[in-house]
Design a protein around this ligand. Structure first.
Ligand code: NAP
Length: 246
């Protein structure tokens, strides 16, 4: 279904990004597994894809760094000749109440989660414009849609991603490039494993489907938005949250 396509997945060493990389590879895409610090885990994802007969390569790049992203995308284009799918999944949290949040914690989260997506879109879009096709999928969050106490930085970055998605969707639509966002709810990964049990229980109580989601639930939504069949969908936010936001 995605044979001949090249997909770049940021933050694909663990969690949701890993599930996305495996899913896109299982559909035939060549996948660039980006990571920042987790080299070994990224290599494991690459090997898992190769063991299943797929094509993958790992690439270290801190998406918060503009120049690193420029080199990253240039190198991917040199290696594969094209970029058909860009999934801006890399993300971090630095939670804390507003009154105590440091400027550094605010900036780091914005630089990774929001500016990181701007950087990669900035450099991938030129190639996609040439190709007259492309799929860009940005990982937002329920937090960016509804807000969340203790996550002013994270919620702002994820709300910003929705604005970025819609602006990019309007700019790139005439060349057959779609840009959409996914807003996951609570998904079982390293990011949510650190939450106190009490917070987890309170969160589950807000989920109509009654459980946390799995990375594979998000990966399935990404695969759909990356598909030919989703060609008439752009500028949208797809909620994968067990019904938290309706
Ligand atoms: P995770 O398990 O903490 O994994 C985060 C991934 O992002 C890792 O692969 C990490 O790479 C990468 N990353 C972090 N900073 C990076 C940087 N500066 N440059 C490149 N890669 C970087 O997180 P997750 O739960 O899978 O979340 C994935 C995305 O979904 C994030 O954007 C998150 O905000 C969003 N999301 C998650 C949930 C949830 O409930 N889990 C809900 C809503 C939205 P290294 O390991 O190499 O550092």
């Amino acid at each position: 279904m995605l044979s001949g396509k090249t997909a770049v997945v940021t933050g694909a060493s663990r969690g949701i990004g890993k599930a996305i990389a495996l899913k896109l590879a299982s559909q035939g895409a060549s996948v660039v597994v980006n990571y920042n610090g987790s080299k070994e885990k990224a290599r494991e994802v690459e090997q898992e894809i190769q063991a299943q007969g797929g094509t993958a390569s790992v690439y270290q790049c801190n998406v918060a760094d503009y120049e690193q992203c420029e080199t990253f995308i240039q190198d991917v284009i040199k290696q594969y000749g094209r970029v058909d799918i860009l999934v801006n999944n890399a993300g971090i949290t630095k939670d804390g109440l507003l009154m105590k949040m440091t400027e550094e914690d605010f900036d780091q989260v914005m630089d990774t989660n929001l500016k990181g997506a701007f950087h990669t879109i900035r450099f991938v879009s030129r190639q996609m414009l040439k190709q007259k096709s492309g799929r860009i999928i940005n990982m937002s969050s329920v937090s960016g849609v509804a807000g969340n106490a203790g996550q002013a930085n994270y919620a702002a970055s994820k709300a910003g991603l929705i604005g970025l998605t819609k602006a990019a969707a309007r700019e790139l639509a005439s060349r057959g490039i779609t840009v959409n966002a996914i807003a996951p709810g609570f998904i079982e990964t390293d990011m949510t494993s650190v939450l106190p049990e009490k917070v987890k229980e309170a969160s589950v109580a807000q989920i109509p489907l009654g459980t946390f989601g799995k990375p594979e639930h998000v990966a399935a939504a990404v695969a759909f938005l990356a598909s030919e069949e989703a060609g008439y969908i752009t500028g949208q936010v797809l909620h994968v949250d067990g019904g938290m936001i309706m």
